[in-house]
Design a protein around this ligand. Structure first.
Ligand code: SAM
Length: 231
């Protein structure tokens, strides 16, 4: 399902976005039509600082506020594709950051609930969603490693920060048939893991390759005060 192009789209940004999708996504292994349409639709330049907007469609992660990052477009597409989203899905994202990946998910699925530990980032993301008219995204400030029990179960959960383990509250909040995508490993490098919950509530894990994310900090993640250790 593709929703509308946004009001602030200039022809230049649209051309840049088409180039990004063609070169960085279709040119690699992104084949999910809904993901491709969403990446064509959401203006990535709106999710970065003003002085970074000219680089928004480059094949790279960029720094955002609070020393965090907006992920590389290809990685956003890869994770969204791995979630195998349906239009009726209830989705949880841990790590709102700029809001970009939540926006991508929101153009495909029914509802997106996204949690960010930094208040300023949550606030900026909320403003962006309001300006874009994206009404199916709810943002909360908190520890996403504990999930969002009131909105569970989720058909899909995306974690956009790298943790030492797969948080149990997240697998508990996954629907039968649900998919969880999360980077797991140490601070330097993580494996991108997809967990599927079967009809008998078994969890099946697949390794989708190596990635590098900022740390997942929280009760079921890394400790903030001693970032080399678990909480
Ligand atoms: N999805 C983001 C985007 O599109 O910009 C990418 C965000 S960045 C790679 C990861 C984010 O996870 C950071 O903003 C960080 O503050 C947040 N984070 C880390 N641990 C968290 C936790 N336990 N709960 C919620 N957010 C967390």
């Amino acid at each position: 399902m593709t929703k509308n192009y946004t009001k602030d789209d200039s022809d230049v940004r649209l051309a840049e976005r088409e180039w990004m999708v063609q070169k960085q996504l279709i040119g690699r292994d992104i084949t999910d039509r809904a993901v491709i349409n969403s990446m064509l639709t959401v203006p990535r330049h709106v999710y970065v600082k003003e002085d970074k907007q000219d680089y928004a469609y480059y094949d790279t992660a960029l720094e955002i506020e609070e020393s965090q990052t907006i992920s590389q477009p290809y990685i956003v597409a890869l994770m969204a594709q791995a979630l195998n989203l349906k239009a009726s899905d209830n989705v949880l994202e841990v790590g709102t950051g700029s809001g970009y990946s939540a926006a991508i998910l929101s153009r495909i699925a029914a509802n997106v609930y996204t949690i960010e530990r930094h208040e300023e980032l949550a606030h900026l993301a909320k403003e962006r969603f309001r300006n874009q008219g994206y009404e199916n995204i709810e943002v909360r400030v908190g520890d996403g490693t504990l999930g969002w029990a009131e909105k569970a179960p989720f058909e899909a959960i995306l974690v956009t920060a790298g943790g030492p383990i797969i948080p149990e509250p997240l697998t508990d909040q996954l629907a039968i048939g649900g998919r969880l995508v999360i980077p797991v490993g140490d601070k330097g490098e993580q494996k991108l893991i997809r967990v599927k919950k079967t009809a008998t509530s078994d969890l099946i894990e697949e390794n989708l390759g190596l990635v590098r994310f900022v740390p997942l900090i929280g009760t079921e993640g890394w400790s903030e005060t001693n970032p080399r250790h678990l909480q």
